[in-house]
Ligand binder design. Structure first.
Ligand code: GRF
Length: 194
C-alpha cells in the first residue's frame, strides 16, 4: 500500500515515448484539487516524443534517456526519480520494457494503460488484432506493472463496442478518449483509502 504523507500529493513521474495525450490528460487531472497526484517528472526514451513539447511548455521537469543500454538508462532514471522523491510511475505510451530489477525497486508503484481488454491482446497492434478476430468489444485497461508484459494486477477496465466500419485508426481514436477517462479514475481508485 502506498501512503500519503500529510496532505501532500503523490509525486508522480510519467514515462512517454510518443504523442503524450495521456500525459496531457494526467497533467490536467493533477491540477484538480481532488487529484491525489502531482506530476514532477516526465521521462522519455526519445527526444522525438511530442509529449516533451507539452512538458516543456508546462515547465514540468523532463529528461530523455536513450535505452540502447537499458541498465545504464535505468540507473540514470532511478537517480532522477530519487532526486524528485517520486512515489508513483505512470507509463503512458512508453515503448520500452523495464527490467525486473527496475520494477522490483518500484514494486506496486508502477502502473500502465494498455489499449485492449487485458488479458486479451498483450503487446502491440491491439486494435488490429481485435478487428481481425471480429471481436464485438475492445477497450482499455489500467494495471499494475510486474515483470511480465501487460500482465500485472488489473485496476480498472473500460469496454466499448467495435463498430462494423471500424479500422484500427478509428477504433484507437475512440479508445484513446476512454483512456483519458479511465487513467485518472484508476489513480483515484488506488488512493481511495487515503
Ligand atoms: C495509448 O493508446 C496507450 O494505451 C498506449 O500507447 C498510447 C499512447 O498514447 N500504451 P499517448 O502517447 O498517450 O497519446
Amino acid at each position: 500500500m502506498i501512503k500519503l504523507s500529510g496532505f501532500n500529493k503523490i509525486k508522480t513521474s510519467v514515462f512517454i515515448s510518443g504523442k503524450g495525450s495521456n500525459l496531457k490528460n494526467l497533467f490536467r487531472f493533477s491540477l484538480k484539487k481532488k487529484s491525489p497526484i502531482e506530476i514532477v517528472l516526465v521521462i522519455s526514451n526519445t527526444s522525438k516524443a511530442e509529449g516533451l513539447i507539452f512538458a516543456k511548455r508546462k515547465n514540468i521537469k523532463n529528461k530523455v534517456f536513450n535505452f540502447i543500454n537499458r541498465k545504464e538508462a535505468e540507473n540514470k532514471v532511478l537517480k532522477e526519480l530519487k532526486k524528485e522523491k517520486v512515489d508513483l510511475i505512470c507509463l503512458a505510451g512508453f515503448m520500452k520494457i523495464l527490467s525486473k530489477n527496475f520494477i522490483q525497486k518500484f514494486q506496486g508503484k508502477i502502473i500502465n494503460i494498455h489499449p485492449s481488454l487485458l488479458p486479451k491482446y498483450k503487446g502491440l497492434n491491439t486494435h488490429l488484432k481485435a478487428i481481425k478476430n471480429k471481436d464485438k468489444y475492445s477497450g482499455c485497461t489500467v494495471h499494475f506493472v510486474n515483470s511480465k508484459l501487460d500482465s500485472g494486477k488489473i485496476i480498472l477496465k473500460k469496454k466499448i463496442k467495435i463498430k462494423k466500419k471500424d479500422t484500427p485508426k478509428s477504433l484507437s481514436k475512440r479508445i484513446l478518449k476512454e483512456e483519458h477517462i479511465l487513467y485518472p479514475k484508476a489513480i483515484k481508485k488506488i488512493y481511495s483509502n487515503l
